[in-house]
Structure formats: structure tokens, C-alpha cells
Design a protein around this ligand. Structure first.
Ligand SMILES: *[C@@H]1O[C@H](CO)[C@@H](O)[C@H](O)[C@H]1NC(C)=O
Ligand SMILES: *[C@@H]1O[C@H](CO)[C@@H](O)[C@H](O)[C@H]1NC(C)=O
Ligand SMILES: *[C@@H]1O[C@H](CO)[C@@H](O)[C@H](O)[C@H]1NC(C)=O
Length: 251
């Protein structure tokens, strides 16, 4: 009798866990008290002038839980003019080849500044010997937000998609990255799967993982002005359903 009861309690316990919850690498939601610990996103990367790394939040260079200008809970990435980096480095040293990563990212920008990079899939091992430094990125160029691909160390970051963006507006991105050689990429914007300009299709065959590349979120470059970006949600997993919320995927 007692052991039957144990089995029932055991089974009901698992019935309460939504399926898929275990596959999250990151599940950050600024508005949810149980999911809003920024340290669970990864490593805090702050840099004042280039090369001047700062180990913890300062009054004029930080990423901390706060509110956007409308009072909505958000992770606030703040830099004064001249400061170059306020980013969270997720999955640092933990990304692997032959994997498909689903990344959801909901954010708003206070400034639309030339060269401001708000997301990167940054290479850490092969960039010194032929691999692209930043295989995939989202960067402001001429007032538009570009999704970019850099195929090798000898090539530039090339726009694969772009859109007009305005300050003070919440956007949702979904990035799917297969890290095989070659791998492939897919991109969702405000919940809709996008087409890439270079292929005309939804799938970009790409060298996404020259050695080891990891995702970074926040604000890098665009240092000619002070920058504030706001992160509402970040989800990283291995299934499309893992990013349904942060990428605002349509049902
Ligand atoms: C992509 O990732 C999956 C794992 O999700 C892997 O099985 C597959 O071989 C990878 N490569 C391609 C080209 O799809
Ligand atoms: C703040 O509120 C205004 C007015 O409703 C809206 O237009 C704007 O998009 C909001 N900004 C953000 C970042 O949610
Ligand atoms: C994208 O293209 C590659 C190479 O043709 C293929 O292996 C992969 O399965 C495609 N991915 C999707 C999601 O269609």
C-alpha cells in the first residue's frame, strides 16, 4: 500500500512538469520572479574603452534588472558614450558541433545607432586561424537592423535580411543555428519565419561554427553615443517549442 502511494505521488509529480522544460539552456523572463535572475543567462561582459574590461556593474556601465521607459520589467543594458560593451555571454564554452540551437530574444532599443550590435554568435577558437570572427550577428547599419553572416576570416559580415527599426519598440527574434559543417540558419522576426536575401529561401547554408561559437546578447559597439537596450526574454533550447515565448512564435 505504502509503495503504491509512492508510485502515485511519483507519477503525479512528473505529470506536473511541462514537457520540454528540461531542454532549456537559458530561460530568462524579466517579468517572471522565478526566471529573472540575469546570472543564469551566462557571463557578464562589460568593457569601457576597447580593452578596458570591467568585472562588475558600475554606475555608468551595467546590465541589471530594471524597467524600460514604460515601466515594463526588463534587463537594462546601459553604457555611456565611449563605452563599448555591455553583454551577457551565454553557453560560454559549452556550445557543440552537430547540434541545432533555438534562440529566442525579445528586446527594445533606446537608440538606433550605427554599428550597434545587439546579438552575436561569436567565434572563440578558429577566429585566429581562418574562421570568421563573428559568424552570425544582428547589427544596425544605416538605420536598419541587419541579420548578418560572415563566412570566413577573409570575408565581411554580409546582410542576409534587414528591417526598419524604431526606438522604444519591442521586437522578437528567433534564430535557429545548426552547427554542422556546413550548418544552416533560420530566422524568425516577430514570430514569422523570414527569407534570406542571398538564398531567397528560409534556410541559409552556412559555416556557423568554425571552431566554437557562442551567443552574446546586449550591446556591443556603436560607442559614438550612450546606449540603452532592454532585454525582456531570452530562451535557448534544442527544440522550436523552447523559444515559443521569447520569439513570439505564431501558433
Ligand atoms: C543539424 O543538427 C542535428 C541535431 O539537431 C543533427 O542531427 C544534424 O546532423 C545537423 N546537420 C544538418 C546538416 O542538419
Ligand atoms: C511604450 O508605450 C508606448 C505607448 O503605448 C508604445 O508606443 C511603445 O511601443 C512602448 N515601448 C515599449 C518599449 O514597449
Ligand atoms: C537547410 O539546408 C541544409 C543543407 O541543404 C539541410 O541539411 C538542412 O536540413 C536544411 N534545414 C532545414 C530546417 O530545412
Amino acid at each position: 500500500m505504502a509503495s503504491n502511494l509512492k508510485v502515485i505521488i511519483y507519477l503525479s509529480f512528473f505529470a506536473l512538469i511541462p514537457s520540454g522544460i528540461c531542454s532549456y539552456f537559458v530561460n530568462f523572463d524579466a517579468s517572471n520572479d522565478t526566471l529573472n535572475d540575469p546570472s543564469k543567462i551566462g557571463q557578464l561582459n562589460l568593457e569601457a574603452a576597447r580593452g578596458d574590461k570591467v568585472s562588475s556593474n558600475q554606475p555608468d556601465l551595467y546590465i541589471k534588472l530594471g524597467k524600460d521607459d514604460n515601466g515594463t520589467a526588463a534587463l537594462h543594458c546601459h553604457r555611456i558614450k565611449g563605452d563599448i560593451r555591455s553583454e551577457y555571454h551565454a553557453l560560454a564554452g559549452k556550445t557543440e558541433k552537430d547540434t541545432t540551437y533555438y534562440i529566442g530574444y525579445q528586446f527594445s532599443l533606446a537608440e538606433i545607432e550605427q554599428s550597434l550590435m545587439i546579438w552575436q554568435f561569436k567565434e572563440f577558437e578558429a577566429n585566429s586561424h581562418g574562421g570568421a570572427n563573428i559568424p552570425l550577428s544582428m547589427e544596425i547599419v544605416n538605420g536598419k537592423l541587419e541579420f548578418q553572416y560572415q563566412s570566413s576570416g577573409n570575408s565581411h559580415r554580409e546582410s542576409q535580411w534587414s528591417t526598419e527599426v524604431t526606438a522604444d519598440t519591442v521586437y522578437s527574434a528567433g534564430i535557429v543555428i545548426n552547427t554542422s559543417t556546413p550548418g544552416w540558419v533560420q530566422f524568425y522576426w516577430n514570430g514569422d519565419l523570414q527569407k534570406f536575401s542571398s538564398t531567397g529561401g528560409h534556410n541559409l547554408t552556412a559555416t556557423t561554427f568554425p571552431g566554437r561559437a557562442d551567443p552574446k546578447f546586449g550591446a556591443y559597439r556603436g560607442e559614438a553615443v550612450g546606449i540603452d537596450t532592454y532585454i525582456y526574454k531570452i530562451q535557448i533550447g534544442t527544440e522550436q517549442s523552447d523559444i515559443a515565448s521569447a520569439a513570439d512564435l505564431k501558433k
